[in-house]
Write a protein that binds this ligand. Structure first.
Ligand SMILES: [Zn+2]
Ligand SMILES: [Zn+2]
Length: 489
């Protein structure tokens, strides 16, 4: 008999028969074969899922008929579904309120099937998603919706339902950055990243008597990427080169020893060279994949490869900032995921160029900043992703703080061959977005001008990397070469 032709009385008697069949099932399980146990589990699970869906449907009906006045929907559920008193009545009530929200008086208005509530409701009524998961999805949609492109809300809701069905709400939330990268409003991941910067921190050391010193560390994706790139190669298991003995240190120990080694190397170098090399001298290679479209339009996100930070997403502005001073190895993908760029170390200033910058700029070039050259990084005035070459005329030293400022506020500067009366070669335009105006102006060139650089990284991916060294190893050796010292001022 088709489901639709059963009356409520017939259905109720079948439900009661099912209840009877389930009660005391354990006593006869010995009669089932192993394979039958698996099949039985599937059926029981299905019944349980359908029962959950029915519980919500019954509550919706009761709410619409005004049966829940008095104790409210929540109280009604607790009274009539005693098993939910242990937990679970809240999500059922919350979901029912969402579904009946559009009702006006006694007129029932079903949720729009394309709306988040409609999509989630469809999954609940088929027993695919439990009420608790459904409300978690709706909360997540509420949180994400203001950050998404409006037309992407149904797609994201459907993706969240799938993720939550398959993996549960926790994994669903973990994929928030990916969903924002793919469907978020322009710049939203960067804004989020900027807010994270305010929350990132390293605790003071905590030590109990002669025990281990304990730190707590919270990092932005960008910071974690830098850390993992720095300690990654050093934390790999290292068999004894002479005896071939295996490295039995656990991963945690290898990682902390690698971190200590990085710190030690950096402080030794500072002491040896009196800060001459500084932060800019030891960029760690960061491998990322990004699509060409995302790179050019500052959309989406770059995914980190090849370190423990793998799958970390870097927002577009963070990527551009890193590109200024870390050995970024971009693996640029086409629209269909094809590999466009072989992932060569790109666009860093050479040692000789940086030496000249130290002489020219002396320190951070941001107006009013007195940070010395040792604290600075070389910034590309026209970003690498926009075709900016690694030429001295396209460079300015900036301290870490102002480097972030310049990228976040999208500020432009130009350089002059001769200094102004204050001795400055770099002149900043401190109005927000000046970089975009400068770029638009640059691209709208007058007829007869030389053609602009193509806005793809493919044709200049190697600019700035020393042309006689394509090999990362050799190039690395050059970067860390200890003869790079600041000429006496
Ligand atoms: Zn920069
Ligand atoms: Zn500064």
């Amino acid at each position: 008999m088709a489901r639709g032709t059963l009356t409520i009385v017939e259905r109720r008697s079948r439900v009661e028969a099912a209840r009877e069949a389930l009660a005391g099932l354990g006593e006869v399980l010995g009669q089932a074969s192993g394979a039958e146990l698996g099949e039985l589990m599937g059926v029981v699970d299905d019944v349980a899922a359908q029962a959950c869906a029915a519980r919500v449907a019954v509550t919706v009906e009761a709410a619409r008929r005004g049966e829940c006045t008095g104790a409210g929907v929540h109280g009604w559920v607790r009274e009539h579904a005693p098993s939910l008193r242990q937990g679970g009545a809240g999500p059922v009530a919350a979901l029912v309120r969402e579904v009946t929200a559009a009702d006006t008086g006694l007129a029932r208005v079903e949720p729009d099937p394309g709306s988040p509530v409609g999509l989630v409701w469809a999954a609940v009524t088929t027993g695919t998603v439990a009420a608790g998961t459904a409300t978690a999805v709706l909360r997540e949609v509420d949180r994400l919706a203001p950050l998404l492109r409006p037309e992407a809300v149904p797609t994201v809701t459907a993706a969240l339902v799938d993720l939550a069905t398959e993996w549960g709400p926790t994994v669903m939330r973990r994929l928030r950055p990916r969903l924002l990268a793919d469907h978020g409003r322009h710049g939203v991941l960067d804004d989020l990243h900027h807010r994270l910067e305010g929350a990132a921190r390293l605790s003071m050391p905590h030590v109990e008597s002669a025990d281990l010193t304990e730190y707590q560390l919270w990092m932005t994706p960008e910071q974690a990427t830098a850390l993992e790139a720095a300690i990654g190669p050093l934390s790999a298991p290292a068999p004894n080169p002479e005896t071939g003995e295996r490295d039995l240190r656990p991963a945690g120990q290898r990682r902390v020893e690698a971190l200590t080694e990085v710190c030690r190397r950096s402080s030794t170098r500072d002491a040896d060279q009196a800060g001459a090399d500084g932060a800019a001298g030891s960029p760690a290679a960061v491998h990322v994949t990004i699509t060409l479209t995302d790179l050019e339009h500052r959309t989406g996100a770059a995914e980190v490869l090849g370190s423990a930070a793998t799958a970390t997403l870097l927002p577009p502005e963070a990527l551009r900032r890193i590109a200024c001073d870390a050995a970024l190895v971009p693996h640029v993908l086409g629209t269909h995921g094809e590999h466009l760029d072989q992932g060569r170390v790109a666009r860093l200033f050479t040692r000789a160029q940086r030496r000249r910058l130290w002489l020219r700029d002396r320190g951070c070039t941001y107006p009013g900043c007195t940070a010395p050259a040792a604290w600075t990084r070389a910034h590309h005035l026209t970003h690498w992703a926009d075709g900016g070459p690694s030429d001295i005329t396209n460079a300015a030293l900036l301290c870490q703080h102002h480097h972030t400022t310049v990228h976040r506020r999208r500020l432009a500067a130009h350089t002059t061959p001769t200094p102004d009366p204050h001795g400055r070669h770099v002149h900043w335009d401190l109005t927000d977005g000046s970089y975009d105006r400068h770029l638009a102006h640059q691209r709208k060139r007058a007829p007869g001008d030389p053609p602009p650089r193509p806005p793809t990284p493919l044709h200049h991916a190697h600019i700035g990397a020393p042309d006689h060294h394509d090999d990362l190893e050799l190039w690395w050796a050059e970067l860390t070469d200890d003869d790079w010292t600041l000429p006496a001022a």
